[in-house]
Design a protein around this ligand. Sequence first.
Ligand code: ATP
Ligand code: PRP
Length: 217
Amino acid sequence: MSERKLLIAMAKGRIMEDALPLLAQAGITPAEDLKKSRKLIVDTSDPGVGLVIIRASDVPTYVGYGAADLGITGKDVLMEYAGNDLYEPLDLGIARCRLAVAGPVGAAPATDRLRVATKYPNITRRYFAARGIQAEVIKLYGSMELAPLVGLADKIVDLVDTGNTLKANGLVAEETICDISSRLIVNKAAMKIRHARIQHLIEVLRTAVAGAGSSAA
Ligand code: ATP
Ligand code: PRP
């Protein structure tokens, strides 16, 4: 009996753009132009590997339930995810940014009784609770930078790269919660059942990441 394909859940957008060159070095190129294609399941040059193209925040769910064997998504998304059904064997070193607390320029630093708007309620609650700060967390799905400008929240917890988005909205990063990059994740059961194939893929990607790091240096 032939084994079924390994399925990799790929976060579309900027992560996919950075991940495709790494996959190419591992001998995996999509059979379609992903910029043009509307297909959600895509064959690759490796007959044993397929891609599913989904939102970054859905990647852990697909992999956690075993609908995909592996996934590629941001550490921010993984920190927010509540399940413990994943391994995270490889930092791909792509889509680098940081998760930060930000507020209006000149505002008082985070103290008690704070309203914080974020796409990351779990991370935000944990972060302020660990500092003994009572924070009311308001869940948003995007454009967090708007919240302090119109009085919805005192602070935001959001991703910062160049800082341009914060600056354009009169905000400034006050504290870094952690550095972010994208990770390879693996379903725990798949790792047992399809161990040799998955381990091989991890190792070729590890080599590709090491090569990308040394050529960037
Ligand atoms: P979702 O589809 O989950 O709502 P999104 O539409 O915000 O996410 P992106 O903005 O492409 O999608 O972000 C996906 C991931 O890319 C983030 O989870 C993070 O890991 C990384 N990322 C986001 N913004 C940046 C940035 N400015 N610089 C580098 N990496 C980033
Ligand atoms: C991300 C993130 C920040 C911005 C930070 O947004 O949510 O708003 O990048 O990057 P910067 O510090 O370089 O400005 P993105 O550009 O992905 O837009 P979206 O999440 O609102 O779609």
